[in-house]
Write a protein that binds this ligand. Sequence first.
Ligand SMILES: *Cc1c(COP(=O)(O)O)cnc(C)c1O
Ligand SMILES: [Zn+2]
Length: 425
Amino acid sequence: MSYVLGLKCKECSHRVPVSPVHVCEQCFGPYEVEYDYAAMKGKVTRASIEKGPKSLWRYKDLLPVEKPVTGFHSGFTPLRKADRLAKELGCSNLWIKDDSCNYPTYSYKERVVSVAISKAVEFGFDTVGCASTGNLANSTAAHAAQAGIKCYVMIPHDLEQGKVLGSLIFGPTMVRIKGNYDDVNRLCTEIADKYGWAIVNVNLRPYYTEGAKTYGFEIAEQFGWKLPQHTVVPTAGGTILPKIYKAYQEFITLGLVEDNKPKIYSAQAAGCNPVVTALHKGSDIIEPQKPNTIAKSIAIGNPADGYYAANVVRDSGGWGESATDREIVDAIKLLAKTEGIWTEPAGGTTLAATIKLIQQGRIPRDESIVVSITGNGLKTLEVVADELPYPVVIEPKIGEFDQFIGSLNAPNNKPTTPDRQLVGV
Ligand SMILES: *Cc1c(COP(=O)(O)O)cnc(C)c1O
Ligand SMILES: [Zn+2]
C-alpha cells in the first residue's frame, strides 16, 4: 500500500504523476513527493513503525518506494546522549545523532541513495550516477554494487584520497572534473538528459531528498517519540536540513509526536557559507560563493536547495553559524576525546557551530540539543594528520619504557618524535 499521491511543485503547486523528473514544467521550481496523510491516520502509528526493520525502511510508508532493493542495513544509527561533551560545552541535555557509523560507507548519504537507487530500479533504469563532493559517490557506488547495476560517479578533481578510493573500490566508472562541485553538478544535469541515466541527485532528486527525512524520523523516535528543541544541521546542497524539518512536521501531522516548535540551525564552513550569510543578512537571496575550506563534503557554493534550507531555519526560529578551518579541526578533536566519535570536517563544522550558538545564548544551555554528525573521520585523515602528536619509538626493553614513562612527568617534555614514515603520512 502506497500513500504517494504524486509529485507537486514546491513553488506553483503544479502536479505530475510519479516519474523521473525534478524540474517543474511550468515554473522550473523543484518537484517534491506529495503524500495522502489523511489515509495514513490510524495506519501509520508508533506501533506500526516500531514493528518495522531496524533500518531506514522502517519508515517506508513515508517514503516514495514500493520495493526497496538496497539499504536494508542502512540508517537506524544511534542517537547518543553526550554527557562528557555537554560538560565541556556547559549544557545539560546534549545528544549526537551519529551517522558516522551508517552502513556501508559511513555517512548520511546512505539514506538518500537507498531511496534513489530503489526508485531508479523501479523506473527501469540500469545505470545510476551522481555529482558528488565525495560521500555521495562512495554511497552511490556501494549501493549500486549491492543492487547490481552500473554506476558512474562524477567528482571535483581535488577530493581527499579516502573519498576517491572509497568509491573506486566498488568498481564504478569515476570521472574527476576540473572544477568545483557546482561545475560537476552542471555537467551532470546535461549527462542525465543526454545519456538517460538516473543521476540520483539530479533527475531522481525528488526521491533522493525524501530519503533524508529518515534522519529526522529516527531522531524523533529515538528521542522517545518527542522532538528535541534544537537541531543543528550541516548545510551543503541544502537537502538534509529542510528534510529533517519535514520529518518532524510529518510526525506532528500524524499525531506521533507533540509539536514543541522545534528550532533548526544551519552549520557551514566559513570558507563556504552562502546559506549562513543569507541568514545573517536577513536576505532571501542565496549568493553563490567559491568554496575554500577543508570541509570539502559540504563545500557547495551554489546550493540547489539553499533557499529552502534558509527558509526552514527562519520559519522555525533557528539561526545559522559558520566555523573556520581551525575551529572545525578543534571540534573534531573535542568530539573524539569526549565521546569517542571520529567525524569528518562536516561534523566538526556542526559541532563548532553548536558551540558558538550556545555561547551566543541563541541555544539555551538547559534545553534539548541534537548535533547532527553526518560523516566519518577515517575518510579525511589529511585534516588531522599534522595535528596529532606522533608516538615515540623505543627498543623492546623495559628500561626504555621506564625512561619514557618517567619523561612524561618531566616538565615541558613532549613525548613525541617527528618520525612520520612509520605511519606513512
Ligand atoms: C552531503 C553531506 C552533508 C549535507 O549535504 P546536503 O546536501 O545539505 O544534504 C552533510 N554532511 C556530510 C558528511 C555530507 O556528505
Ligand atoms: Zn512550478
